[in-house]
Design a protein around this ligand. Structure first.
Ligand code: FMN
Length: 340
C-alpha cells in the first residue's frame, strides 16, 4: 500500500507475525521514471524473513520492461503489475485500474512482461472498470501469459472502496484461471479470511487496511487455518504496537508535528477497534505533539489494559476521512488522503 508498506512498516508487521509475502508500494513507471529509492530500500533492506514482490504501475511497454529489468537486479520475489488503482488521477492516465477498459493493451503488457520476467510474474486486479464486461477476456489473457499468481480485489474501479466486495466474482476468477488466486477486499479478520477462502475457493487472501489496524492479523490467520485458537489481543498490546510504530517510523529530519500527523494516519485504522463510539479517534485526531498523542493513547488503551482489542472493527467507526469516503477517494488511495 502506497505510503504504508515501507521498510519500517514491514518490519513492525513482521514483529507481530509476517504474511507469507509482501508487495511493495507501486513503482510509478513512465518515460522519465527511475525506481523510487525509498521503495527500493524496502526490497534491498528487507529483513522480515519473507519475500517481497515489486509492484509496477504503468502502461508503456518499453518503460515497463526497462524498469522490470532494473528491479530484477534487486532481491525481489517477483514482479507484480497493478491493474487496480482506482484513483482518477491514475486511471485517467490509463494505468492501474484504467487499463481494465482495454483488454488488448493488457494483453500486450502481459506478453512483454512475461517475456522479461524469468521467475514469478503476478498481477493484482479489480473485477472491472465500470462493470465486469471485460473480466472473462482479461482472465483468459492471464492464462495465455502464464501469470503465476493473481490477486483479485472484488470491486470495480468505480466502486472504489465503498461497496460490498463481490466475492462471487472472485470465485468466478478462481474457476477460470490456472494460477492460484488471492482474494482481496474487506478481509477484516482471521475468521473472515477463512470464510472468504471457503466461499471463493481462493488459494489465500491478500490483506491491506486491516493489517494497519491489527498487525497480528497474519499470525491469527495462520492460527485459524491450522485449527489453533486465535490469539487474543488486548488494548495494552495495541499501546505497545503504537509505540513500536512510532519509533520505527521516526527518522532524522522528520519534524515532530509531521511525525505525529503520520502516526494519526495509521491510528485512523487502529481506532476502528478501540471503542465503539470513536472516542479514541476523536481525541487522537486533536493531538499535536508526541506527548499529547501518547497521553491520548494511555487514556484510551491503558485505562482497561487487559480489555480485548476486538478482531473486527466496531460497526460504523470508519477511518474518516479515508478511502472509504467519496471526497478523499478522488485523489487516490494514499495515506496522504487520510488527514488528521
Ligand atoms: C492507503 C492505501 C494504499 C494502497 N496502495 C496500493 C498499492 O500501491 N498497490 C495496490 O495494489 N493496492 C493498493 N491499495 C489497495 C489495497 O491493496 C487493497 O486492494 C484494498 O485496500 C482492499 O483490500 P483491504 O480491504 O484488505 O484493504 C491501497 C490501499 C490503501 C488503503
Amino acid at each position: 500500500m502506497q505510503d504504508v508498506t515501507d521498510l519500517a512498516f514491514m518490519r513492525v508487521i513482521a514483529h507481530y507475525g509476517a504474511p507469507d509475502y509482501f508487495v511493495t508500494e507501486f513503482f510509478r513507471v513512465h518515460s522519465q521514471s527511475r525506481p523510487e529509492k525509498h521503495i527500493i530500500r524496502s526490497i534491498d533492506e528487507n529483513q522480515t524473513g519473507r519475500p517481497v514482490f515489486a509492484q509496477l504501475i504503468g502502461e508503456n511497454i518499453h518503460d515497463l520492461t526497462r524498469t522490470t529489468e532494473e528491479l530484477l537486479r534487486h532481491p525481489v520475489a517477483g514482479i507484480d503489475l497493478n491493474l487496480g488503482c482506482p484513483a482518477p488521477k491514475v486511471y485517467k492516465k490509463n494505468v492501474g485500474g484504467g487499463l481494465l477498459r482495454e483488454p488488448a493493451k493488457i494483453a500486450e503488457i502481459l506478453t512483454a512482461l512475461r517475456a522479461t520476467v524469468p521467475g514469478l510474474f503476478t498481477v493484482k486486479m479489480r473485477i472491472g472498470f465500470e462493470d465486469t464486461r471485460h473480466f472473462d477476456e482479461i482472465l483468459s489473457i492471464v492464462n495465455d501469459n502464464n501469470v503465476d499468481l493473481l490477486s483479485v480485489h472484488g470491486r470495480t474501479v468505480k466502486e472504489m472502496y465503498r461497496s460490498d466486495v463481490h466475492y462471487d466474482w472472485i470465485a468466478h476468477a478462481v474457476s477460470r484461471v490456472r494460477c492460484p488466486v488471492l482474494a482481496n477486499g474487506n478481509v477484516t479478520s482471521a475468521v473472515k479470511a477463512a470464510d472468504v477462502v471457503a466461499t471463493t475457493k481462493a488459494a489465500g487472501v491478500m490483506i491491506g487496511r486491516h493489517a494497519i489496524r491489527n498487525p497480528w492479523i497474519f499470525r491469527q490467520c495462520r492460527e485459524r487455518f491450522s485449527g489453533q485458537p486465535i490469539s487474543r489481543i488486548t488494548l495494552s498490546d495495541v499501546r505497545e504496537y503504537i509505540e513500536r510504530l512510532f519509533h520505527a517510523t521516526k527518522h532524522d529530519g522528520i519534524p515532530e508535528r509531521a511525525h505525529v500527523n503520520k502516526m494519526k494516519k495509521y491510528l485512523n485504522f487502529v481506532g476502528q477497534s478501540v471503542d465503539a463510539t470513536g472516542a479514541f479517534l476523536h481525541d487522537m485526531r486533536r493531538t499535536e505533539t508526541p506527548v499529547e498523542l501518547f497521553a491520548a493513547c494511555d487514556r484510551h488503551l491503558l485505562a482497561e489494559p487487559a480489555k480485548e482489542f476486538p478482531s473486527e472493527p466496531y460497526p460504523g467507526v470508519i477511518a474518516r476521512p479515508n478511502c472509504e469516503t467519496p471526497d478523499s477517494a478522488s485523489n487516490g488511495c494514499s495515506l496522504e488522503n487520510v488527514t488528521a
